[in-house]
Write a protein that binds this ligand. Sequence first.
Ligand code: KIV
Ligand code: ZN
Length: 497
Amino acid sequence: MSDKIFIFDTTLRDGEQVPGCQLNTVEKIEVAKSLEELGVDIIEAGFPVSSPGDFNSVVEISKAVTWPTICALTRAVPNDIKVAAEALQYARHKRIHTGIGTSDPHIRYKFNSTREEIIERAVAAVSYARKFVEDVQFYAEDAGRTDNEYLARVVEAVIKAGATVINIPDTTGYCLPEEFGAKIRYLMEHVDGIHKAVIATHCHNDLGMATANTMSGLINGARQAEVTINGIGERAGNTALEEVVMALRSHHELGLDTNINTHRISSVSRQVSSLMNMPVQPNKAIVGRNAFAHSSGIHQDGVLKNRESYEIIDPKDVGIDENSIVLTARSGRAALKHRMHVLGVELEKEALDKAYEAFLRLADRKKEITDDDVLMLAGEHRQNHRIKVEYLQVTSGIGLQSVASIGLSIAGEKFEACASGNGPVDAAISAIKIIIRRQMLVKEFLIQAISKGSNDVGKVHMTVEHDGRQYYGFSANTDIIAASAEAFVDAINKFVI
Ligand code: KIV
Ligand code: ZN
């Protein structure tokens, strides 16, 4: 029998902190339900005191899911803890996650405090949280750079105060696998009462070591892995759920396993990537589109003779079904609905009708509709924008001045403008600026093809600066000039209300 590793998913908290990845409450509920179906043990649903939106999301996720524990983040501050307890009131299984920085740089520069005072504040936070819930997780922020002897004192004190789970974050992604594993082992061997609590790893990927560090932590005694789908998260991201789960599944000799239904990994990965507009790099382990693609002749020959020659994981085990029904212009609404369901998306009838019309238009231009296309269509029909692009006509070419004429509808009223530019995108954006008279600067502009082929859908990610703040816009279209104009308008919709 394997030892159980608890999977704590923080896609909706640490993952969602990434600029441009913000989800609304409805989208967060969709992801939370998918995480429940995936078999995640604990869902970190947000940081309730940080905003009314986060508070509300924790409330609604608590109502929407049944089995996983719902966790809410706090600082070691009484009001944070009180607000988190309120947000968790509907959760069937609830956990407060409180903590404080324990490394010398945190103690000195962030808190202007002393080691002793930090232990007092940690103990006070845990004791206060225990007044509201039985399950209290403590995080020692920047534990990766905290000296082991002091860390052991902090951990011992908070376990005595009632902490049930101890999170050891490598907040800055600094540790090497051997060093992180040794840290966990040190705590297992030197903390009185360590067996009363579960030790958790929470590794960031700044040096590309997040999964290796997590595995090393688990091998040395940690029994909870904190992860995100696709490894999204601050800076270089967090440990990827799919990597840890499949590493444990592939290495039975470790005697460690999770409750994850691996067949759902691929669809949750796509759902999160699509909702958060965060593309998965093609060579990403387990969920990248090349993760199981064998291109060299020698490899193809080997795999055809016996899959195990070059594959350590059967793609079907992570939900990649090469024989899944291909959607084309002849597919009906039911086939589209089914595909969306498989991908974890449920649309109301009206939104599904609109998505189906858009699907038929796309299928006219593209031979085969991929899962990414389907998720893109589903995303479009969830949005309810006040400003919409009605039409766009562009002339451009070698030796020609680019000129765009655009029609926008703003709350149902029609506006038109025409402008020239140093290329078709510049012309389209200049025309939009004639209608929307605000100070707006395109700070970032990324065009990306979803898969392959000149008839493919292009995704555009854009960051627009307005009034000192940055707003994120996204669109996808087989016409990349149209997608660029739509992404610009998507960003504008976030500040022109
Ligand atoms: O990386 C980190 O230290 C965190 C804590 C808040 C758990 O995300
Ligand atoms: Zn983190």
